[in-house]
Design a protein around this ligand. Sequence first.
Ligand code: GLU
Length: 440
Amino acid sequence: MATTVGTTRTQAVEHSVTPAQTHGSVLLHDSQQYVRNAADTLGISTSVFNLINQPDREITVTLPVELDDGRVEAFTGYRVQHSRVLGPGKGGVRFHPAADLDEVRGLAALMTWKCSLLDLPYGGAKGGVVCDPSLHSSGELARITRAYANALTPFIGAHVDVPAPDVNTDERTMAWFLDEYEKRVDRHEPSVVTGKPLALGGIPGRGESTGRGVAETARAMLDNEYISPSQARAVIQGFGKVGSEAARRLHEHGVKVVAISDVSCGLVNPAGLDIPRILQSVQCQPPRLLETYRGDDATMVPPGDILTIDCDVLIPAALEGQIHAGNAADIKAHIIVEGANGPTTAEAEQILSQRGVVIAPDILANAGGVVVSYFEWLQGLQGNRWKLETVRKMLDESMRNAFNRVFLSAQQRKITMREAAYIIAVERVAQAVDFRWSPR
Ligand code: GLU
């Protein structure tokens, strides 16, 4: 039986934002600042900077949806297309009660830089629906998704903007979305979304791809610090699609995963958790929360406690703003690999960098998902089928190339990996903008 330490159950780590700020507004502000710094380094003109730092198009929709009890509730949905300079907009859709326009704007911008950094022929976009999926039946979620797809149909398409799963959405969501869209346009267009079920034109390996890329990035970071996997200790915040896959893979490579958490609790074992056993136990125990784990090899703690546990690599794989000025000084890891989008605030990064902590930034570390989305999009356009081995091989290669470029550039310029990643990403978009819009 897992033992419990501490009596209060906190839902998430404490928030270090003032009442006027939200995690979304901090994320948006920070990402714009990273772009500004990169533009300064690259000597990009103010007019080009203004063009690349503002969203191309923002859509807010009201979705009237009938609930199971017959009431009709109005949900709000967003889709922000930050840039379509390098290709169609690309990015996930999240269902979350705290989703707001600033968050979606910031996340859409991150997608622009992520796709550019990985050299994908995409711009950046993101969607959000304000709802708490844990409070809705599957029928209600289907109707919310269909209403959202219906409202967005005029603004999306395989060559316009291509949604995908994100926080609290999955292949089921994409199936409903695709079906609704195809009904509206009256044709097959599988590449209008990625992250679909295999039966609808999905690609093998898409589900594992973000977590696999995060784990590979963590291994490369450990390698650069001359820490062998068998000596390494990892802590992973978030045990959804990304965190659980990263944990599984790191454990497979001999890394001791000493702590994991989800919203329900943290599980800790300094000698290393039995990840396969936890995965098996949690997966067959709806509601699939770590607090249902009954193994004798773990101490149960409040979820926020795990971020400051002593380890070599910390992987925040939950939501944005989790590592902030209020807890950065207490972080003991010397490597952070960002599985989530925007988990470290700029203020926190400054504190951490001064202490020599190295951060593999989100736009690099968690890019595995969108890389495999690209393969799935190609598969849909070409009407062929990719094999799992090919997907994995091509994914690993893309991640390794991007990692090496960012790492080398950071070393040569003596800057952080995030600064290096933004310089590479911004330069590509700025060049395309210049060719498209410069009169010369
Ligand atoms: N939601 C994922 C991300 O933030 C994947 C996006 C996609 O595949 O379009 O990168």
